[in-house]
Design a protein around this ligand. Structure first.
Ligand SMILES: [Zn+2]
Length: 316
């Protein structure tokens, strides 16, 4: 059994791009209620997220993008970046909490062991260095990986992204980095259109990107097989000191934004595999971050299954 922390702050519910938007506050409030009604909140260690300092966001984003988000919070009119991505007055604080909680989670796992899940929104993995896109403003997992490498001195951090969409922002952030191995399983062709198998990193980072684009319709067994046969061996060779997971649940069979067939139990199996890898390679050090997941019931249940897996992880 592992000590599993869940980082959360109610202010992440305040970012609201409108009732029509699939990335809505209910995604997280429903999930939190699910954890309460199933008794999971009694078994996890509840942690309150703190906003990241701006310097931490600057490790992964331009000052211009950061200023664009902050100015709306300071009273400028709501800004539509693209039809899916709207900066509201509450976006600044919610996005800072998403990155800040991820940094806290990494520090706690590194210093005290156990593992952690970050229950935040808006998500982050589409956010590019200089551009918000795809519901994402600041790339929390990129900020967290930079923190582990730059501030904490780790040399090899792995990011596994099983969201149904390719994590373009994360990949591009670490394209040239030999210190961060990014691997993604995602539906293709699909938004955002990046993530071909030939994209393997560049320069000093060549070989530290692994993309596995798949057609829609993949089942639990298909996903598990890809993880075991492609992702596992690549990561084992890399030898991560820490594993971060972009845990989107929009590859669920019930999700309206993807065409995959993963079940709630399938997400538990994927979680168990990650925990086994973390146990074998890096003393169990693993932090996962909520990315997508737009069917409210399926996302809540999958988050519950994911936490059951993290709690059951072999310790250390
Ligand atoms: Zn997604």
């Amino acid at each position: 059994m592992s000590l599993t922390r869940v980082y959360y702050h109610p202010d992440v519910l305040d970012h609201d791009a409108g009732p029509w938007h699939p990335e809505r506050p209910d995604r997280v409030s429903r999930a939190w209620r699910h954890l309460q009604t199933t008794g999971l909140t009694d078994r996890i260690c509840q942690m309150e997220s703190l906003p990241a300092p701006q310097e931490a966001i600057e490790t992964s984003h331009t000052v211009r993008l950061i200023d664009d988000v902050r100015r709306v919070a300071e009273g400028e009119a709501q800004a539509m970046v693209d039809p899916d991505t709207v900066i509201t007055p509450a976006t600044w604080r919610a996005a800072l909490l998403g990155s800040g909680g991820a940094i806290q989670a990494c520090d706690a796992v590194l210093d005290e062991g156990g593992n952690a899940f970050c229950l935040h929104r808006p998500p982050g993995h589409h956010a590019e260095r200089d551009r918000a896109m795809g519901f994402c403003f600041f790339n929390h997992i990129a900020v967290a990986a930079r923190h582990l490498v730059k501030t904490r001195g780790l040399e090899r951090v792995a990011i596994v992204d099983w969201d149904v969409h390719h994590g373009n922002g994360t990949q591009h952030t670490f394209d040239e980095s030999p210190n961060v191995f990014f691997c993604s399983i995602h539906q293709s062709p699909h938004y955002p259109g990046t993530g071909a198998a030939v994209e393997r990193g560049t320069g000093a980072g060549e070989g530290t990107t692994l993309n596995v684009p798949v057609m829609g319709g993949q089942t639990d067994d298909d996903s598990l097989r890809i993880m075991q046969q492609s992702v596992g061996p690549a990561l084992e060779t890399f030898g991560p000191q820490f594993i971060l997971v972009s845990a989107g649940f929009d590859a669920h069979a019930a999700d309206p934004l993807g065409d995959m067939r993963i079940s709630t139990a399938g997400f538990r199996q994927l979680t168990d595999l990650i925990c086994e890898w973390a146990h074998q390679w890096c003393d169990g050090r693993c932090v996962s971050l909520l990315e997508g997941g737009y069917d409210l019931e399926a996302t809540s249940a999958s988050i519950g299954a994911h936490l059951e897996g993290l709690l059951a992880a072999p310790s250390g």
